[in-house]
Design a protein around this ligand. Structure first.
Ligand SMILES: Cc1ncc(COP(=O)(O)O)c(C=O)c1O
Length: 422
């Protein structure tokens, strides 16, 4: 399929995994990019070449390889900053993944005034204070806040989810005691894109900070952190055609500067004495030890790749796939979609149940008989599944390399699953 300005056949040639076959000569249909995306040759080759020819430790090795690695690593930071519209490259912190970025921010809150008497009150959290999340969060945006609530005695609250799979903003969830609101930009189960401006308005009226878990939005839509107006944004390399082992925290500079370090170690310090230390300026204050060098450089290559194709074009392609899939899935008897049934404010992640058939059976038969890779289970969003009264769903998620033909293969597979269980 070729939509305006977007040649999916050409893009598919960039992805080596599409050239392999499954046992029996079946083609591979990968509809699990919401879990982790595949990588184009450009990313794989950039990482291979760096490891082979340019590798040294960053920020400390005084030789050619050290300089080349440092340049490439810091160059990746420039690319990521430009990709998400960060006002400053120093606001981009490399982490291991989105989970670590979320934990880093949660860690900054506490009763302790880490700078002594001048501790920043925006991060002071104790009994009576409130943390707000939502019922549609990935566990990575639930558990760090549960741990914070347990550590500080603060109260964890959450927005509910409507039957249609939208954030339920009714009720007074955010109050004047709310210190931080952290929600998904796009749900990894429902596909719902959340109304960030509205959440921001409520949070700002209460004087609370706002964090976005953009793990499922940055890979699929143009995202500009400055325009969003929030305080922190987390995302992860492996879902955006980059490698695993690298994630990103973007934060407003003055907030990052006010926050305590997360992990201690080499390169995050300015000076160390036996009884205390002073810390490096951001972003290095948050990058203790040898960082994921080649992974960050791979993420830089991923960002180059996505930028060259254009995030608008990728978004439009996925939108047409989603429209096609919504129509096709409606025709499957007994299929219940969990999440918005219209294209309005949703991305290309479709989770569903098939009446009378366990999602694990659906996934297994799709894989064994049709080479269709989907994800089954609760997708690290157990509370959301409990909300809908189901233990698990089957999830198909699309990316720039997918085609309508692959959605047809999914639908053929689902009909076959139903025949097997008839
Ligand atoms: C919405 C959302 N948040 C956070 C994560 C966690 O990402 P990572 O495992 O890379 O930390 C995921 C991964 O599935 C996700 O979908």
């Amino acid at each position: 399929m070729t939509s305006a300005g977007f040649d999916v056949d050409r893009i598919r040639k960039d992805f080596p995994f599409l050239s392999r076959e499954l046992p029996g000569g079946r083609p591979l249909v990968y509809l699990d990019s919401g879990n982790s995306s595949q990588k184009p040759a450009q990313v794989i080759e950039t990482m291979r070449e760096h490891l082979a020819l340019h590798y040294g430790n960053v920020g400390r090795a005084m030789h050619v390889l050290g300089s080349e690695s440092t340049e490439a690593y810091e160059g990746a930071r420039d690319k990521v900053a430009a990709f998400v519209g960060a006002p400053s490259r120093d606001e981009v912190i490399f982490t291991k993944n989105a989970s670590e970025a979320l934990n880093l921010v949660a860690h900054a809150f506490g009763p302790h005034l880490w700078r002594g008497a001048e501790g920043d009150p925006r991060f002071a959290l104790g009994p009576g204070d409130e943390i707000v999340i939502s019922e549609m969060e990935h566990h990575s945006n639930i558990v760090p806040w549960q741990l914070l609530a347990q550590r500080t005695g603060a109260t964890l609250k959450w927005f509910g989810v409507t039957d249609e799979g939208r954030l339920d903003l009714s009720g007074d969830v955010i109050t004047e005691r709310t210190k931080i609101v952290s929600i998904a930009h796009q749900s990894n189960v429902l596909g719902t894109v959340n109304p960030v401006a509205e959440v921001l308005r409520l949070a700002r009226a209460a004087g609370a900070l706002v964090m976005l878990d953009a793990s499922q939005s940055v890979p699929h839509h143009p995202v500009n952190v400055a325009e969003l107006g929030v305080d922190f944004v987390a995302f992860t390399g492996h879902k955006m055609v980059g490698p695993s082992g690298i994630g990103v925290l973007w934060g407003r500079r003055e907030l990052l500067e006010a926050m305590p370090p997360f992990l201690g170690g080499g390169e995050m310090i300015e000076a160390v004495w036996m009884d205390h230390s002073t810390y490096a300026p951001v972003p290095h204050k948050f990058e203790a030890g040898t960082p994921p060098i080649v992974e960050a450089i791979g993420l830089g290559a991923a960002v180059d790749y996505l930028t060259e194709i254009g995030m608008d074009a990728i978004e439009a392609h996925e939108r047409s796939l989603t429209a096609y899939a919504l129509d096709a899935l409606r025709e499957v008897p007994g299929l219940r979609l969990i999440g918005p049934d219209s294209l309005d404010l949703r991305g290309g992640t479709l989770s569903f149940t098939l009446e009378g058939i366990h999602p694990h059976d659906v996934g297994q038969i799709l894989d064994d008989s049709f080479g269709v890779a989907v994800r089954v289970g609760h997708h690290c969003a157990r509370p959301l599944h409990l909300r809908f009264g189901i233990p698990a769903t089957t999830r198909a998620s699309f990316y720039l390399y997918n085609t309508t033909g692959e959605i047809d293969a999914l639908v053929r597979g689902l009909h076959h699953v139903q025949k097997v269980f008839a």
